[in-house]
Write a protein that binds this ligand. Structure first.
Ligand code: ATP
Ligand code: MG
Length: 145
């Protein structure tokens, strides 16, 4: 499997210590952790924004660990590392023979991550015009992207 397509299954925090890895006691962090608990109980898509190194991935893990998907896989896909012309096929899969080089049917990440957590790292790097399917998927998910 190519490096960009690596799927990882990091160990999730057990529910009773799901925020133990997150250091800080500011009002701003408390507000973020409140939001983590709020969205974790839903099936909504969640967009996590923040400066570099501020803990976006840590928060993604916290949401996963606090959700009903705890115990299932946390699948990470680095969108910035995928060549744009392969992105649609990575996300949605393809049928055998769909294009030159499609030698077998392939399951996409969205289908693979059904009932699990799919973390699209650097999702903001995907150009909005990248594919009609990607745009349609984002539009059909209600809460952020
Ligand atoms: N509040 C925090 N408590 C403990 N560790 C933290 C906190 N915030 C960030 N870190 C640590 O800092 C490092 C960077 O965090 P993380 O990868 O989650 O940030 P990020 O926002 O995804 O960064 P990038 O924008 O570079 O992708 C990690 O080692 C993470 O564990
Ligand atoms: Mg990150």
């Amino acid at each position: 499997m190519p490096e960009y397509a690596t799927v990882t299954y990091p160990e999730a925090d057990p529910p009773d210590r799901r925020f133990k890895r997150i250091i800080g006691n500011s009002a701003a962090l408390e507000s973020v952790l409140d939001q983590v608990e709020q969205v974790a109980s839903t099936d909504s898509t969640v967009l996590i924004e923040g400066e570099t190194g501020t803990g976006k991935e840590l928060i993604a893990h916290a949401i996963h660990s606090s959700s009903q998907r705890y115990g299932r896989a946390f699948i990470k896909l680095n969108c910035a590392a995928i060549p744009l012309d392969l992105l649609e096929s990575e996300l949605f899969g393809h049928e055998k023979g769909a294009f030159t080089g499609a030698i077998a049917q392939k399951i996409g990440r969205f289908e693979m991550a059904d009932k699990e957590t799919l973390f699209l790292d650097e999702v903001g790097d995907i150009p909005p015009h990248c594919s009609p399917n990607c745009c349609a998927f984002c539009k059909n998910r209600s809460s952020s992207g």
